[in-house]
Design a protein around this ligand. Sequence first.
Ligand code: ATR
Length: 264
Amino acid sequence: MIGAQTNLYAIIGKPIKHSLSPKLHNSMFEKYNIDAVYVAFEVNNLKQAIEGIRGLGIKGINITLPFKNEAIQLVDYLDQEAKIIGSINTIKNLNGELFGFNTDYLGFFETIKDTDCSKNICILGAGGASSACIYAFYKKGVKTLNIYNRTFKNAFKLKERFSDLITLNIIEKKDVYKSEIIVNTTSVSLSENEFVLDLNLLNKNTLLVDIVYNSPLIKHAKAFGINGIDGNRMFVYQAYWAFKIWTGIEFDINYAFEVINGNH
Ligand code: ATR
């Protein structure tokens, strides 16, 4: 039961109402008998929200759209990997000192772990999520990636950020369709009606990966006979690593999938 000793965890973002994180983390707190509760806050002012974490002694937070990049400047310590990626999705509060981590890249690494990455790969988008995916490909041993983004200069910034680790070729939209693996990291697939790609132009052998869970893009692609992977695995694994950072516990992955599939 929630009492005076109960610890608070939260996710902050805007919009946030669609998030499955409260459901997953609260199920795990219950499963492992941890006296804690996880809630969602829709935030307008990130700086004030982060000060609130310190002020109220909130033990840990997840950060989602659109704050993952901005949050990096507001913590006291940054994990080495988060520093390279340039964004954080997890904060641990230790006695008022905030430690920032990126567990998105670990989640994406798990998504591509068994994929043959010697192919022609294209990343769509050049935000914080894109950066985490690029780093995961680097960790998988990939040396070169193509990248397409609506705004060239944002893709160029990532090219520079990763120049010591991995070669990013900035390509035009028409060339995206030549790829064997396409990873959508833009926020466009969050919408049911707008797609970042024309599915008619995709080669049927292309593997389409989206980082959004229950992705409408992947659902539609499958209806077109295109092989797709959505963000469910990435979601579960980013939560797994965040939970471990906060509690030290490695939660049961199968149970996590059952929770997000509505079986608990
Ligand atoms: P995140 O942290 O999830 O990566 P972000 O940093 O806001 O979020 O990045 C969003 C990405 O989606 C960007 O690459 C953005 O393209 P721009 O750099 O041109 O802004 C991309 N994006 C968002 N809306 C888009 C749209 N309607 N069409 C194409 N790309 C879009």
